[in-house]
Write a protein that binds this ligand. Sequence first.
Ligand SMILES: NC(=O)c1ccc[n+]([C@@H]2O[C@H](COP(=O)([O-])OP(=O)(O)OC[C@H]3O[C@@H](n4cnc5c(N)ncnc54)[C@H](O)[C@@H]3O)[C@@H](O)[C@H]2O)c1
Ligand SMILES: N[C@H](CO)Cc1c[nH]c[nH+]1
Ligand SMILES: [Zn+2]
Length: 426
Amino acid sequence: MKILGYRDADYDSFVKRLNRRALPTHDVRDLVGEIIAEVAGKGDKALVAYAKRFDNVELKEKQLFLTPDELAAVKVAPSTRKAVAASLKNITAFAKKGLRKDWSMRNTEGALVGERFQPFDRVGVYVPGGKAPLVSTALMTAGFAKAAGVPEILAATPCGPDGKVNAELLYALKAAGVTEILKIGGAQAIAAMALGTKTVRPVDRIFGPGNRFVVEAKRQLFGAVSIDLLPGPSEILIISDKTGNPDYIAADLLAQAEHGGDSVIGFITDSKALIAKVLKSVDRQLETLTRARYIRDVLKQATFLLHVRSMADAIAIANDFAAEHVSFISADERKWLPQIRTAGAIYLGNDSPVAVGDFLAGPSHTLPTGGSGRSFSGLRADQFQRRTSIVKLDKKSVRKSLAVVEEFARIEGLDAHGRSTAIRCE
Ligand SMILES: NC(=O)c1ccc[n+]([C@@H]2O[C@H](COP(=O)([O-])OP(=O)(O)OC[C@H]3O[C@@H](n4cnc5c(N)ncnc54)[C@H](O)[C@@H]3O)[C@@H](O)[C@H]2O)c1
Ligand SMILES: N[C@H](CO)Cc1c[nH]c[nH+]1
Ligand SMILES: [Zn+2]
């Protein structure tokens, strides 16, 4: 854990490094490049080989997909059905608000111009399954696809060494409207969805979070397909003045740290006393948690607590860091909130646990990480819509357009362009 105050000698250099850019390390980039090339060349055989190598599971080529009978046999507890329904209800309502609607207007020359939005025909959603079956992620991705009306939703998620996928996760995938389930994880799953294999039909766009291999595969395959954003290992940055509750702050830090892997957690405050209280509470609460093993790794390697001069400094650092989640606690919320610009999601006040957003609130928890929040926003329903512009002219508007078109045609030396318009005015 890095604990630093603004008077410390290495404070400035540490803060400077928080202004990060989401770039892969060479080894991850090279390994993922190899995986993509293998899947492109060997298709299903490569998927089988990587499932053995990275997920320790023996699959045959004909076992890559979950069968309809396996899906039909899935049974979960009534409490699970209730929780999935509650989450999907909020997700669907939120997603519908975010859908774009067709519109049109007349331009200056009287032509009809507008935009049309239609769901993608076939999308792929990646649902992580390496360290935990992320049931909520199935809803927070596929649920948005369903709300947008996508007819074919292929989900990819790794299976366990027994070749099975967690039953609750399967239930959630089905409830969210997924139409096919590929039991493959990692970069190889992203490559299969993007490029296709003998058994995997390629998709038009890939969505969903994952570990560093999954994120890097999406980055490398951008262009072969379109991708949503770069949602990698979970992050939280909590900014608080002295009004923050130390136990709640510690609990939220521990919650995101429990994702393990490359997760990063940070706490910034202008109250030195609060840092001491949060640290004590982290130690106390950690003892009671089942995933202490993952959390300890994150606390050791990727956790920082900063005592800053002022809330203005805290926000400047947060904007550089561009965290996936910013939890913001201040007596003067209205003053500071508009200044937090690069967070994937903002949670306000002492009573807004990030876990409620992870599971239930409604906005997708699929959010940009690794500093990519500067350039990307969190997943929205309209990313499942293809946008097409529409233009319709009549004799009157084409005549009114002619002079400008002919002038551009002359400047660009493209007289056929001018002619194609003039011919309609003769
Ligand atoms: N940003 C978001 O919106 C968001 C949402 C949910 C989850 N997450 C994050 O998603 C991540 C999920 O990670 P995960 O690992 O649990 O599951 P995962 O499904 O993303 O990755 C597991 C797969 O990675 C591959 N893999 C494992 N080790 C490998 C290696 N050494 N080389 C190449 N491939 C390898 C395997 O094929 C395995 O199936 C977590 O970090 C979590 O924090 C982020
Ligand atoms: N915190 C994750 C996003 O970074 C989402 C999640 C899924 N399950 C639990 N949490
Ligand atoms: Zn979480």
